[in-house]
Design a protein around this ligand. Structure first.
Ligand code: HEM
Length: 526
């Protein structure tokens, strides 16, 4: 029989071989690309039907948020879909009970954050991408860097950086320029991280960009984004091939190799220098001191009682870079949204100024305890983060198949909690697009389920830097509003009467389509 087949194949032309090979490859490709479909139908989770190979691409032409809005209307608070992440089934929910199960009650089943593409640099060994047990160890080491006591010790760095930011805005105002709030705030947030994280004193009040600022700005490989976008689209169907190619083509990695190398070098040098010093929590000068204190040889890392609070040098390098990535862009983007809201609402600005003037009489001597008295300012920050969340969604990977009420979440699927739609859901927010800081008075907060407001996530994996973020935002607002009055005009972006249009950048980060530019007037000339 086999010799008959061989004789038959021997008579084939090259073209016949090629055509057959192509057909076999197409069939294999089809089976591979559709092998993960049908998961939600099997367990009765509603959702849109995927098209062969294209999945939901037609619905997604208007953007992810628009598609989700449509599907929430069609299928209710929870639906299943396919291929939002390469080769993965995804469950999307804004059901508050289910969100609580995922983020808090059954955290064990959703400990891991899902990423479509992982970096091949050592940043992948850090807290943000770590597997369940490793994440726990990293969080043990990093949590103490953000306690109230540590914040108190870091406060003077934040005020020094806020003073520099004020000076930069003063220079803009004197030149008659609009304030590019994101660009200018990035200098502030970079300076804060350089100081509190690494003990490096940058000089952002000068127009020259420091080395630290340059490499932190370029750490994410978005310079190459257009090229990568087409590569990502092509390799959407072959995530494993993409991951393999990343090892050889560094431009496919979302981490820039030069910037990565720069931070590896400075962190390694700092670890070596600091290892010689005796550091304990009380004399730690910055976050790197605390991380170095936890450093241990690679082969001693085990999740035992003894090794639980330890990290390898590679992990310390990774976590240092995560602090930069998580701490620079976030604060600048948050400030951009909040300052826009204040510029659009002069009456709210007046109320914040009144409170700041009452609580803080001397900007150069702000005390940590005073910040908790800035209650209305905090309401304004909360409302700004509700309308302009920084991340479009929080993701988790499901460890085991389990049923929660009517919904079965299947092992290996991605769970997505879309922050934007959740925080403007009319079921929880009346007149949801209106800027109204009074939504966050203690009385109004008490009436609302906490799961309806998640700008920092929730549960054990909540944003590590939340305390630092709130401290930075309050101090900056105090400095800026005591010195300037902000507003919109015919030349601002957006213009008076218009609002910011947000877009998805990369796979999770939300940002305005156009950078926000607002007017500022110095108070001493008013
Ligand atoms: C307004 C500013 C910020 C916002 C809105 C924000 C928001 C978030 C969100 C939504 C998450 C995901 C939480 C989850 O998966 O449940 C997160 C994680 C994280 N954030 Fe922030 N963040 C901000 C500022 C910062 C700052 C200043 C730092 C540190 C310097 C920081 C460090 C982190 C880290 C390390 C994680 C990962 C935590 C983990 O995986 O355990 N963030 N943040």
């Amino acid at each position: 029989m086999s010799s008959v087949v061989l004789d038959y194949l021997g008579q084939w032309t090259t073209t016949q071989y090629l055509v057959t090979a192509v057909i076999v490859l197409l069939i294999l490709f089809y089976y591979y690309s559709t092998s993960y479909l049908g998961v939600w139908e099997k367990v009765g989770v509603p959702g849109p039907k995927p098209l062969p190979l294209l999945n939901h691409m037609l619905d997604l032409r208007q953007g992810l948020e628009a598609a989700y809005q449509k599907w929430f209307q069609q299928y209710g608070q929870t639906f299943g879909c396919y291929g939002i992440h390469p080769h993965k089934a995804t469950l999307v929910t804004k059901d508050l009970n289910l969100i609580k199960e995922i983020l808090v009650k059954d955290f064990e089943n959703f400990t891991v954050r899902y990423r479509s593409i992982e970096t091949k640099t050592n940043l992948g060994k850090g807290l943000s991408s770590a597997s369940a047990g490793t994440w726990q160890r990293h969080r043990h080491v990093t949590n103490p860097m953000f306690t109230g006591v540590r914040m108190k010790a870091m406060l003077h760095h934040v005020t020094a950086s806020a003073r520099n930011l004020t000076e930069l805005i003063r220079q803009c105002v004197e030149r008659g320029d609009l304030i590019s709030i994101k660009q200018i705030s990035t200098k502030f947030s970079t300076e804060v991280i350089a100081r509190v994280g690494f003990g490096i004193y940058t000089h952002p009040a000068s127009t020259e960009e420091t080395e630290f600022a340059h490499y932190s700005r370029t750490l994410l490989n978005f310079g190459n984004f257009k090229m990568r976008k087409s590569a990502v689209t092509f390799l959407y169907y072959f995530p494993h091939v993409y991951s393999f190619l990343q090892s050889f083509i560094s431009s496919l990695d979302f981490i820039n190799s030069k910037s990565d190398q720069y931070f590896n070098t400075i962190v390694k040098a700092a670890i070596d220098a600091r290892k010689r010093e005796l550091i304990d929590e009380n004399n730690a000068r910055d976050m790197l001191d605390l991380l170095t204190k936890a450093s241990v040889e690679d082969n001693d890392i085990k999740l035992t009682q003894k090794g639980a609070k330890k990290m390898t040098e590679e992990e310390i390098m990774a976590n240092s870079k995560i602090l930069i990535l998580a701490g620079v862009e976030t604060i600048a983007t948050a400030l951009q949204g909040i300052m826009f809201c204040l510029a659009q609402h002069p009456e709210v600005q007046v109320k914040v100024v009144r409170e700041v003037d009452e609580v803080i009489t001397d900007l150069d001597n702000i005390e940590y305890e005073q910040l908790s008295q800035l209650k209305y300012t905090e309401q304004v920050i909360n409302e700004g983060l509700r309308l302009f969340p920084l991340l479009s969604y929080v993701t988790r990977l499901t460890k085991e198949t389990k049923k929660y009420g009517d919904i079965t979440i299947v092992k290996g699927t991605v769970v997505q909690i879309p922050l934007g739609p959740l925080m403007v859901d009319p079921d929880h927010w009346t007149d949801p697009y209106k800027f109204d800081p009074d939504r966050f008075t203690p009385e109004n907060k008490a009436k609302r389920d906490p799961m309806a407001y998640l700008p920092f996530g929730y549960g054990p994996r909540i944003c590590l830097g939340q305390r630092l973020a709130m401290m930075e935002l309050k101090i900056v607002l105090a400095y800026l509003l005591k010195n300037f009055q902000f507003g919109l005009s015919e030349r601002s972006e957006p213009k008076k009467g218009e609002t910011i249009k947000m877009e998805l950048f990369g796979s999770t980060v939300l940002r305005p389509q156009k950078p926000v530019l607002i007017e500022a007037i110095k108070k001493d000339v008013l």
